[in-house]
Write a protein that binds this ligand. Structure first.
Ligand code: PMP
Length: 352
């Protein structure tokens, strides 16, 4: 540390992203990316004229992308705010709505804790039940902001829309942030509830279901006053947060409903096959509605399994947190990648 670093942030522990190998030598099942290419319409309109336009700043109102997202979800444009990845939308939520503190599960997306620390938001981690489901009692009438990933990160477990509504309704004096990074893989979005409740922010991303992790596009949908609050933070940080190239590819992707549905169908069917094969090998697998599964070998510990798979050219994610360190998190890839994974697991189970 330089000696110039902020004293207030002295204890800050940054988020550690999953490995991004510089060369493509791995079957990459570690960061929940989509194995399929983005929509071919994503690059529509990115020609010489478009590129010459890059000398100008992007539209600070991000009107076209906002309109495309609004149209997709049937909400007014003023209720949508595109961001530079959904991480940015989440960060803005912590900055805007964190004064009274926040609660989130003990096993969830690791960035919530980091944002809370960065923005000085006091937080409480509420333990998931032994089966990793959310204990609803902890989230009703909390008196603080609530942050929930649905399906939950690391577990893939989904909370029903009725449960989400109960949480939102019982916390009328605080903001409830529902992070739907993985909602398109089988869950029901809470976006519709933003028309009914003025304390709900739904955050989504183009990184997973729309194959655009590298473009860094996310968004928040909420009541217009909440969006105005978030815009206030955005315009105090980076009004040009979504660059012209990313906005254009995101518009192309969200308008291509047919390709989106095809990719989702393929991922769901591969997920079912992966879960079946893992079960056959005796693995414990949490019930996932996301594009990943958290799975535990009957005999190899999580870290060893991660290392063994890496040595055989397959990257999965291992977390050292006590409650899930026996597991590995496996992204649902293509059928071919899944075949290779299962073969590697069979070898590992028979030799270790
Ligand atoms: N929320 C959850 C639960 C995630 O797993 C991720 C991806 N790591 C994000 C948000 C952030 O995604 P992005 O910034 O790529 O939109």
């Amino acid at each position: 540390m330089s000696g110039f670093f902020s004293e207030r942030l002295n204890g800050l522990c940054p988020y550690v992203p999953g490995e991004q190998p510089k060369r493509g030598e791995y079957i990459k099942l570690n960061t929940n990316e989509n194995p399929y290419y983005p929509s071919r319409y994503a690059a529509d309109g990115i020609d010489g004229v478009f590129l010459r336009g890059l000398r100008l700043y992007s539209d600070p109102d991000c009107e076209e992308l906002r309109g495309a997202i609004a149209e997709y979800y049937g909400v007014p444009s003023r209720c949508v705010m595109p961001t530079n990845g959904s991480d940015e939308a989440l960060a803005f939520c912590f900055a805007a709505f964190g004064d009274r503190g926040a609660v989130f599960p003990d096993v969830t997306y690791g960035f919530y804790k980091v944002f809370a620390e960065l923005f000085g938001v006091p937080y409480t981690e509420l333990p998931l039940r032994a089966d990793f489901t959310v204990d609803m009692d902890g989230y009703l009438n909390v008196g603080r902001a609530v942050v929930l990933a649905n399906p939950n990160a690391q577990t893939g477990i989904y909370l029903s829309l009725d449960d989400i509504e109960r949480i939102v309704a019982s916390n009328a004096d605080n903001v409830v942030i529902i992070d739907e990074a993985y909602i398109d893989f089988g869950g029901q979005s809470a976006v519709g509830l933003t028309r009914k409740y003025n304390n709900l922010v739904v955050v989504q991303t183009f990184s997973k279901s729309r194959s655009l992790a590298g473009a860094r596009v996310g968004f928040a949908i909420a009541d217009e006053e909440l969006i105005a609050d978030l815009q206030r933070i955005r315009f105090s940080f980076n009004p040009y947060n979504v660059n012209r190239v990313s906005a254009a590819v995101a518009v192309g992707a969200i308008r291509d409903r047919r390709y989106f549905a095809e990719c989702i169908d393929k991922i769901k069917s591969t997920r079912a096959r992966l879960v079946g094969e893992l079960g056959r090998l005796g693995y414990a697998v949490l019930p996932s509605l996301a594009n990943f599964v958290l799975a535990k070998s009957p005999k190899i510990n999580g870290k060893k399994l991660y290392e063994t798979l890496k040595a055989s050219g397959i990257l999965v994610r291992h977390f050292s947190d006590a409650r899930i360190n026996g597991f590995v998190r496996i992204t649902v890839g293509t059928d071919e990648q899944t075949d290779a994974l299962i073969k590697a697991l069979e070898i590992a189970e028979n030799t270790l």
